[in-house]
Design a protein around this ligand. Structure first.
Ligand code: HEC
Length: 472
């Protein structure tokens, strides 16, 4: 009942807010016309624009509150899991879309910087220019050495991509990991903590990481790139190690990525955008700007560039149980982070015209080392006795169907995860390859070994599959 009332009230507010946006837009149009006619309406227009921003923010907040009200409405019914699934879909789609826009723009500008024509027919005030063809049209871009003589009225800023990537990622962390903390965040075989403690540690760690990183950047170390990188790496190893000793492997990976992603966004929010604002302000007032501001922003932007590939890996990592399921998950995480950042380093140098070829094979060897150490034993042991199918079904009954059946009895999963059920012998035989992968090779099933499967039982399943997975 409370849910329905809340939903109706919020729905009404949402409709009102939407109507207000139309009204504000018509006022802005009037001001635009007055502006063109030469009236000085700059101040009034700025007022309207900020109320517009306010209304848009309110619309986002009300939409979030509506999702909350919907949750209250369906809580305790079979629709609860369904709502979570759809929230997951919507937020994940938003997260990857904003992330692609952000990283895409970032890659594009790094490319632009590296590919600028800086010598041929370049006007004095320019750093360089670039011709490009894309989407059936020719484009011509110019980069200024400092700033144009007058700052244009319409200056495009790249910042919302970053902010929305972070916000949607944070929401996703809640929807996937924190609302299901006892299932996905916490692994009692790693550390037995309550969900609230786990969530507190997770969120708190992002703030700690940013403070540490920011202090490092403000210390004299920033002038010594090699030492800075080494110390940064030690700190990153520390975080990866820490997370894998607090959370389940999967959640440890996601927290590592979210921690780096938070640093990246904080770089944009606290350093890069304020520096750009100061530059624009100085140019408008015709005073010279402290060049250090731009340099600081460039360093942070470069760090973000190196962070991109490791973060992208983390975003897809939960499809790869061999990585987070490894006995020392943090080690694989660090290996993949260093290897991919190495590849990025090679690409950056190459775009710049410096060909440091050795970096590529070294990075590849580092990545291969990760694949090698996480490989399962080549010879897992002989299977001397014939396994009866009844032994296998007994194990599945005891260890799996609390989650994987049409009516799970697990306290968290009310529907079979990923649609996987083992209700009939046929269900088991058909899924034998996936079972091999998850139960024997990566040992990531049963999830967090909640049902206490033994190594002997894993071996029985392996031998049964190796002997042909027959139903006899
Ligand atoms: C505590 C609940 C739980 C138990 C017990 C459990 N699983 Fe799972 N299983 C999950 C969840 C959640 C997923 C989806 C997330 C993932 O892939 O890690 C999953 C996914 C899987 C997948 C991957 C399906 C796919 O589409 O990729 C397989 C295979 C699997 N489980 C097999 C088993 C087997 C075999 C057992 C028993 C030895 C078992 N599980 C026990 C919760 C459980």
């Amino acid at each position: 009942m409370v849910g329905i009332i809340l939903l109706s009230v919020l729905g009404f507010v949402l409709v009102m807010l939407t109507a207000i946006t139309y009204y504000l837009r018509s006022v802005v149009k009037e001001f635009d016309a007055a502006d063109e006619a030469g009236d000085n309406v700059e101040k009034k227009k700025a007022g309207i624009l900020s109320s517009q921003t306010f209304v848009y923010t309110a619309i986002i907040l009300v939409s979030v509150a509506m999702a909350g009200a919907l949750y209250i409405y369906v809580k305790g019914t079979p629709w609860e899991a369904h709502l979570m699934e759809w929230l997951n879909i919507v937020i994940r789609l938003m997260h990857i879309t904003f992330g692609i826009a952000w990283i895409g723009a970032s890659f594009y500008f790094v490319f632009l910087e590296n590919a600028l024509n800086r010598t041929n027919n370049v006007r004095d005030e320019l750093a360089g220019n670039l011709w490009a063809i894309h989407g059936g049209g020719f484009y011509y871009l110019e980069k200024y050495k400092v700033a144009p003589k007058t700052i244009p009225k319409h200056l495009h800023w790249f910042k919302y991509e970053a902010y929305f990537t972070w916000l949607s990622g944070f929401c996703l962390l809640f929807v996937v990991y924190y609302f299901n903390a006892s299932a996905l965040l916490i692994d009692k075989n790693v550390l037995n903590i309550t969900p609230i403690t786990g969530i507190g540690i997770g969120v708190g760690s992002f703030a700690v990481a940013w403070i540490m990183y920011d202090l490092l950047c403000k210390s004299p170390l920033i002038k010594k790139p090699v030492l800075f990188t080494l110390i940064g790496l030690v700190v990153l190893v520390g975080f990866a190690y820490f997370y894998s000793h607090i959370f389940s492997g999967r959640a440890a990976y996601i927290h590592f990525g979210a921690m780096i992603g938070s640093i990246m966004v904080a770089n944009v929010f606290f350093v890069i955008i304020p520096a750009q604002k100061a530059m624009v302000k100085a140019a408008r007032e015709g005073v010279s700007v402290n060049p250090q501001l731009g340099k600081n922003a460039l360093v942070r932007s470069l760090h973000n560039n190196y962070f991109t590939l490791p973060v992208l890996f983390v975003m897809i990592s939960n499809h790869f149980p061999t990585t987070f399921g490894y006995e020392n998950p943090w080690l694989i995480l660090i290996i993949i982070s260093v290897g991919t950042a190495g590849v990025k380093h090679y690409l950056n140098l190459r775009e710049n015209g410096q060909l440091a070829v050795w970096i590529m094979p070294v990075s590849v060897v580092i990545l291969l080392a990760g694949a090698f150490i996480s490989a399962p034993p080549k010879d897992p042991g002989a299977c001397n006795t014939k396994i009866e199918f009844s032994e296998v079904t007994a194990i599945i009954q005891a260890r799996c169907i609390s989650c994987h059946s049409s009516k799970p009895t697990d306290d968290v999963y009310k529907a079979p995860p990923n649609g996987v059920m083992y209700d009939t012998p046929d269900d088991i035989v058909r899924k034998k390859d996936l079972i091999m992968q998850r139960v024997v090779v990566t040992k990531t099933m049963p999830q967090n070994n909640k049902t206490n499967i033994t190594q002997k039982e894993r071996d029985i399943i392996r031998c049964w599959i190796e002997q042909g997975a027959s139903m006899k």
